[in-house]
Structures are given as C-alpha cells and as structure tokens.
Design a protein around this ligand. Sequence first.
Ligand code: SAM
Ligand code: SF4
Ligand code: SF4
Length: 346
Amino acid sequence: MMPALSDTYGRPLRNLRISVTDRCNLRCSYCMPEQDYVWLPHDQALRFEEIRALLDVFVTLGVDKVRLTGGEPLVRRDLPVLVGLIAGQPALRDIALTTNGVLLERFVEPLFDAGLHRITVSLDTLRRDRFRELARRDELDTVLAGIAAAARAGAARSRRGLKLDSVVLRGVNDDEMFDLLAYARGVGAELRFIEYMDVGGATQWSPERVVPRAEMLERLAARLGPIEALPAEGSAPAARFRLPDGQVFGIVSSTTEPFCARCDRARLTADGRLFFCLYGRTGLDLRGPLRAGASPEEIAALIAPAWAARRDRGAEERLRLVDRAPLAPAAELRRDPHLEMHTRGG
Ligand code: SAM
Ligand code: SF4
Ligand code: SF4
C-alpha cells in the first residue's frame, strides 16, 4: 500500500465517481439542451473488468468511496454485474449510484442484491407537464415508481440510503421547493437542492437562473420557520439543515458558495479518462495504458503524481469571474465531448 496521497492543497483522494456511459434516456435542459450530441465510441467504453482493475489501483491510492453515474448509468447493460464486481473490493466503505430513476423500478432489487449501498435519484419536479418540458421525455410516472421501489427496497433492508437531488432553476421549478420537501418526507428520502451550475453542457445557463443557497434558505424559513444548520458530513458537498418539524434536507451550493477546499473527488469517464475537477479542461487517459498492458503499479505511478500536482478549484475560480457565462459553447462541446457534464458524470 502506498502512503496516503494529497494534492497541493492537502486534499486526499477518497472519492471516485465512475461514469459508466455518456448515453442518457432524458434530455434535461440544464445538462443536455442541444438537439444532437457527439457520443463516445462504444469500443472505447471501459469493460467491467477494466473498471474493476482501475478501481483496485485507486483503492491503493486512498479511494474508499465510489459513486456510479453517467449519462444515465442504468442504460448501461448489466449494471448490477458491475456493482457486484465493485462490491467485491473489500476496501470500499460506500458504493452509491446517481440515477434519473427512469429504469430504477426494474433494477433496484438486483442492484441492492449485488451490493449497492445507496441510491440518489434526480427529481426536479412533481408536475408531469413540467417534467416533460424540463427533461424532454414523458417519464415522471416511471421515475416516481422507481423512487417508490427504491424506498421500499431500502426500508426492507434497513438502509437509510435514499436521497433525492433537485436542481433549482429560477422561473422553472423554484416554486416547487415545498412540494418536493413534502414528497421526500413521504418516501423517507433526504432531499438536496442543487444550485444550477455553469458546467459543460449547461449551454443555457445564466446567473439570473440560479437560485443561491442564501435565497433558498430565506424562502424556506419565511414559510416553514427557523432553519437549523447541521454539521457537515465529512467531505460531502451538501450543507445540511433541519426544519422546525425535524425534516433534514441539504443544499449543494457549488455555484455561489463552492466547497473546493475539501474536494476529494476524481471523475473517471466511461472511456477511461480521469478528471480532477468538474471544470477541468484536460484529463489523464488510463484506458490506453491499461489496454497496452500497464501493471497496477505503473497505472498508480501515473495517477499519484498527477493528483499530487492537483491545483483545481474550478467552482471558486468561476465565482471570481465578472461576466459569468456558460463554461463552453455548444460547438466546443461537440469538438470535445469530454467537457460535457453527461460525459464526466456530474
Ligand atoms: N443521469 C443521472 C442523473 O441525472 O441523476 C446521473 C448523471 S447526472 C449528470 C448527475 C447529476 O448532475 C444530476 O443530479 C443532475 O441533476 C446534475 N446536473 C447536471 N447538470 C447540472 C447543472 N447544470 N447544474 C447542476 N446540476 C446538474
Ligand atoms: Fe438529465 Fe442526468 Fe441525463 Fe443529464 S445525464 S440529461 S442530468 S438525466
Ligand atoms: Fe471539486 Fe472542482 Fe467541484 Fe471545486 S469545482 S468542488 S475542485 S470538482
């Protein structure tokens, strides 16, 4: 085992987000607003055994938490098989999945059976017409059925793992914060409001569309009463709060109050490129060396110095911009799809 790694700001590498596909069965306006996309070629996608082999290297460097994401991870065929392979790595203490929920009802039991610990479902609205407009697919009912199935499966296994993530967009769904809280309480999930981020893919982003954390808290407190701030959960991105009735919720304020100082996350794309920041422009290719026969030690020797040299504080740098606009125009995203949020996994 190598000594624990840390970057130039003393941040360890603990968390690996693995994007298993860049494909998606929704087209959320804040993530995939364009008509056409350039997809990663299928033959470049890491095979499950390759993902496990890379994961084993990351574990030697300090990773003990994994999140599967995408695109939509459940459109990758046989995802429970991958979860089983990952769960076979004994050093992991947390294996989570972020999904849009469309295929969740069918897969939730096999996923838990395979060893998944926790699920986060993205849910921005409870109104069917709005969902159709926001995600450009008529799938609200299937998503809600998926959440219900996840709540049942989680409760049956006495795990308190279900979270719901809602991106709050001014003038689109910011009037639903109360309804979403009530819904989350009903299914026993912890809701997290996410500030709209100016990441790659968010080509329609504008500062006016962002509802800052401070405003969310003000609006919630005005109707529901005083809100108590809770201690942060390790390096988790969400600040957590308690409402007067006891309900706990979170806010991920990447846009207005970023948390780069404690960011211990790396992101592996479906084709094996490693990014150290959501806003990072360049990634480290791991698929090439892996397929060329590099040993685990040789791959570790690529990752370790790159992490040690890491200086990324993308969201903090964006905060200092005077004229803040989308990170990359659509033409640039087409030239380099690795900049897309749906490629690097959010
Ligand atoms: N498809 C899955 C889903 O939607 O849950 C997983 C991948 S998605 C890229 C991961 C997360 O990124 C989702 O919760 C989504 O809401 C969030 N996301 C995408 N674009 C965003 C943006 N511009 N601002 C804030 N969150 C965003
Ligand atoms: Fe929406 Fe997730 Fe698909 Fe992006 S990847 S369009 S956030 S469902
Ligand atoms: Fe981490 Fe980059 Fe996000 Fe900051 S902007 S929290 S460094 S991924």
